[in-house]
Ligand binder design. Structure first.
Ligand code: HEM
Length: 525
């Protein structure tokens, strides 16, 4: 090894000098301190100990899901309208208010199941998480590229993820385990028809759609509507077949991150339109699905997606760890004018994100630059590991509590003083939603596919379900028959299972209610 310290810097080297984290210039970065040239190391060797012990702590836990991702920055530009109407009729959120209004944002695209260095050409949903740094604080829209999800109740999330993640013994992703779980989860049928079609492997991050998936509310001075969010890439959607994906990942596990980074560096800025679907915030007995069920889409004929703005990505991260590993999104991060709904996934997600981030990044994760709002932050929170931000405490910095007559911070004016929330009545219970309709939209999705997409879907399902035990294979054929006769028939044929042999299987216990349960449901109101 070259001993540059012995040689010293070249006289014409005008680069900045290396220091320790304490600001001490480092004159020798090649040799630790020892007793004589060949002797034992000394303990007061501060520079060496600091360098190694920091290196020992270079990793934080990777995200439990969505570990691999790519971050970029850009802006959102509002149209100020929703269709032909001024958007104030639906929401008072300021970022949407005026035509041409720009809001800075960060976005993180991701795969879900693989680890931090896994393939970006995997068949897997893609994450599509946007953080808007608005004047009223941050808004995070944390979605995916397929528009629906596997389950509709957050209590099942650890199970669906355990089934999709590697086997706890072999540490391999096993289709037999995945379909064991899915065969007992009828609400997953719609997601499976999407995931095993070509849409299940997006060509790259620039050419995929994004969806909020869960149903939210928008609020305009007390009047609320239900809303679903959709991102459409202006260059169109492109996907990969299994064969395309295999060829890409033979050479490159990170093609999608590279594509995004290179295009932005080349000044070819990716763009997406943001469209929303709106529904009145009331009971909808006329619908054949529950609008708060994230395994469903809202039919576009009845609820046409309407343009509200455009996102353009214009720059890359300066450092992967600081801005990608440490960025933290959550479904609870909403601004005035945008609200939750009672979607049972949304409430579970909202707890989970900030809970995992306190563990993964640390309790002061919101003080990190990438997570910090650009709006002023003044809290009475303090302390905790790695606190470094000191909030502006106002006129009297001794008052770190509220209320006070001697200074400190005061409450804000309510955005809408007359506002009252919706009235909800019902018994506390554990029950699935009454209207599950698990198969209709899965069948409709299949019917809308082009022939080559149908062929690809059937081939992918057969190859994967074929690894499961016979009971699981039969149940999966039964689910697909329920969705669409042709789809079930073709998957059955591929697996050597006759549709007639499984058509008469009893529904799963979770799909039927006993008389007693039906009575109980009726009493719940
Ligand atoms: C990431 C939980 C459903 C989209 C995560 C993370 C957790 C989590 C713990 C890691 C966050 C971090 O470490 O920063 C859950 C739970 C769910 C759920 C409990 C259901 C109850 C969904 C659904 C979607 C989704 C339905 C899509 C609409 C994402 C995305 C990320 C993510 C995009 C990555 C965010 C990033 O890039 O940092 N989720 N999730 N999740 N989840 Fe979920």
């Amino acid at each position: 090894m070259t001993d540059t310290a012995a040689q010293g810097p070249a006289p014409d080297d005008d680069r900045e000098v290396l220091t320790t984290r304490q600001g001490h210039p480092v004159a020798d970065n090649q040799n630790q301190r020892t007793v004589g040239a060949r002797g034992p190391a000394t303990l007061e060797n501060y520079h060496f100990l600091e360098k190694i012990s920091h290196f020992d702590r270079e990793r934080i836990p990777e995200r439990v899901v969505h570990a691999r991702g790519a971050v970029a920055y850009g802006h959102f530009e509002a149209t100020g309208k929703l269709g032909d109407e001024p958007i104030e009729r639906y929401t008072r959120a300021k970022l949407f208010s005026e035509a041409g209004k720009r809001t800075d944002l960060a976005i993180r695209f991701s795969t879900v199941i693989g680890g931090r260095d896994s393939s970006e050409a995997a068949r897997d949903p893609r994450g599509f998480a946007v953080k808007f740094y608005t004047e009223d604080g941050n808004w995070d829209l944390v979605g995916n590229n397929l528009g629906v999800f596997f389950i509709r109740d957050a209590i099942k999330f650890p199970d669906v993820i355990h089934a999709l993640k590697p086997d706890p013994v072999t540490f391999r992703q096993e289709p037999a385990r995945i379909f064991d779980f899915m065969s007992q989860t009828p609400e997953a049928t719609h997601m499976l028809v999407n995931l095993f079609s070509p849409r299940g492997i997006p060509a790259n991050y620039r050419t995929m759609q994004g969806f909020g998936v869960n149903t939210y509310r928008v609020n305009a001075d007390g009047e609320t509507h239900l809303v679903k969010y959709h991102w459409m890439p202006t260059v169109g959607v492109a996907s990969l077949t299994e064969a395309d994906a295999a060829a890409i990942q033979a050479n490159d596990l990170g093609h999608a991150s590279k594509d995004l980074y290179d295009r932005i560096e080349a000044g070819e800025f990716p763009e997406w339109d943001l469209l929303v679907q709106i529904m009145s915030d009331e009971e909808h007995p006329e619908l054949d699905f529950d609008p708060l069920d994230d395994t469903k889409v809202w039919p576009e004929n009845d609820f046409p997606p309407q343009l509200v703005g455009r996102m353009t990505l214009t720059s890359n991260v300066a450092h992967h760890f600081a801005e990608n590993e440490q960025i933290a999104f959550g479904t609870g991060v909403l601004v005035d004018g945008l609200e939750f709904s009672d979607d049972k996934m949304l409430v579970g997600r909202t707890f989970s994100y900030s809970d995992t981030q306190r563990y993964r990044v640390g309790p002061n994760y919101l003080q990190l630059p990438v997570n910090q709002p650009k709006a002023p932050v003044r809290t009475n929170q303090q302390g905790g590991p790695m606190m470094y931000g000191v909030d502006d405490a106002g006129a009297n910095p001794h008052v770190n509590y509220e209320p006070s007559v001697t200074g400190g911070l005061r409450e804000a004016q309510a955005a809408s003083p007359d506002e009252i929330g919706s009235q909800i009545t019902g018994r506390v219970t554990r029950a699935r939603i009454p209207l599950t309709n698990d198969y209709q939209q899965a069948g409709e999705r299949y019917q809308l596919m082009e022939e080559w997409e149908k062929d690809d879907l059937v081939a992918n399902l057969v190859a994967n379900i074929g690894e499961a035990v016979p009971e699981v294979q039969q149940r999966m054929v039964w689910h697909f028959l329920m969705a669409d006769d042709e789809l079930g028939g073709r998957v059955g044929e591929g697996l050597g299972i006759s549709a007639d042999a499984v058509r008469d299987l009893e529904p799963l216990p979770s799909q039927t209610l006993s008389d007693e349960e039906e009575k109980r449901q009726a009493n719940l109101g």
